[in-house]
Design a protein around this ligand. Structure first.
Ligand SMILES: [Zn+2]
Ligand SMILES: [Zn+2]
Length: 367
């Protein structure tokens, strides 16, 4: 069948094309996509900065309706609403069996490259060029074929945009707080970077009962989003020395610092600012692009902990439904993260707005 999709034929070449989508294989489902989040990882991939290289169809946050299923599919039914989990673990490797399906051994050779779990693709251009499925998801498309382990059912009363961003930004941000760091109630926390992941970290801090919760960014507009979502104080990093400002607001430094950026400067600031015996959690993708020097003295002489967090240390089959239930219970206001919707044809504008810090989270919607 045909589907209109956001195609990257080569680095920095963004186009919207009608492409061919093959039928789902035995373990796969075809989803009619209704919402696709616009994430920094998509932009990094457009620029050739991450592992998956073009030609590919972009998008990895998504939610929609199952339309067709392969012969082996048991987890979902046609007509069911599903959100996309871009880490469909095999549940057989040592990482999976020891409780870390976010680190499943099959990911480097499939999902990160852009092939479906069986190593193949169901997408090609009208002139016959095979396209990869970005993160095994390729959600910036009217229709997508994904592995059944990537399809997580959710109730009909949850909006598609909420479900879509729960599958990446929210899982990554909230998970960094409650799974990676396990920050206890009453602990002081700071969040560096107030994009979709950073603001989700902030929601995670609220959920955990942290206080105070301090948001750091270079744009006042994003700090305003952070205040609305529950930050008790904000610091503009262009106008203030972040380390001394964080120490002043917490009497000696936050016990937990969550870095959603992952750049050399933010990691260094986080390590310096954290309280003695404090914890720094790095989840930002800049760390995947460029190696950074670590101020190791701060780690050793003050007994600090530096933790990495990938996909919020999630066990997606358990944690994504749990996050959806927390939203339904009013404990996780994911809907407040979505500040703008875009048509598929406006994807370039959506990326430009993301870079300019216009949105908390922008979401492409389909009709
Ligand atoms: Zn993402
Ligand atoms: Zn595995």
């Amino acid at each position: 069948m045909k589907t209109r999709a956001v195609v990257v034929r080569a680095v920095n070449q963004l186009s919207i094309e009608t492409v061919e989508l093959d039928a789902p294989q035995a373990d796969e489902v075809r989803v009619r996509v209704r919402a696709a989040g616009v994430c920094h990882s998509d932009l990094h991939t457009l620029r050739g900065e991450l592992r998956a290289q073009p030609p590919l169809v972009l998008g990895h946050e998504g939610a929609g309706i199952v339309e067709a299923i392969g012969d082996n599919v048991t987890r979902v039914k046609p007509g069911e609403r599903v959100l996309v989990n871009w880490l469909p673990a095999d549940n057989t490797c040592p990482a999976c069996l020891s409780g870390h399906p976010n680190l499943c051994e099959r990911f480097p050779k499939t999902i990160f490259q852009g092939w479906l779990p069986d190593g193949g693709s169901r997408l090609k251009t009208s002139d016959g060029v095979t396209l990869k499925h970005y993160l095994g998801a390729a959600t910036m498309s009217e229709y997508s074929v994904i592995d059944q382990a990537s399809a997580i059912p959710f109730p009909d009363d949850v909006p598609f945009d909420v479900a879509a961003i729960t599958g990446c930004a929210v899982a990554t941000g909230v998970g960094a707080v409650i799974h990676t760091a396990r920050a206890p109630a009453g602990s002081s926390a700071a969040v560096i970077g107030c994009g979709g992941v950073g603001l989700s970290m902030l929601l995670g801090c609220r959920l955990a009962g942290c206080h105070p919760i301090i948001a750091v960014d270079v744009l006042d507009r994003k700090l305003e989003f952070a205040r609305r979502l529950g930050a008790t104080a904000t610091i503009n990093a262009r106008q203030n020395d972040v380390v001394s400002a964080l120490r002043a607001l917490t009497r000696g430094g936050p016990e937990y610092v969550f870095d959603s950026v992952g750049a050399a400067t933010t990691i260094a600031s986080a390590l310096q600012a954290a309280a003695p015996a404090g914890t720094v959690v790095v989840a930002g993708m800049h760390a995947a692009i460029k190696d950074v020097a670590i101020p190791a003295g701060a780690l050793i002489f003050q007994n600090k902990r530096l933790l990495g967090s990938f996909y919020g240390s999630a066990r997606p089959q358990v944690d994504l439904p749990q996050l959806i239930e927390l939203y339904r219970a009013g404990k996780l206001p994911v809907d407040e993260l979505v500040t703008q919707h875009y048509a598929l044809d406006a994807v370039a504008q959506a990326f430009a707005d993301m870079e300019a810090g216009v949105n908390a989270r922008g979401v492409i919607t389909f009709e």
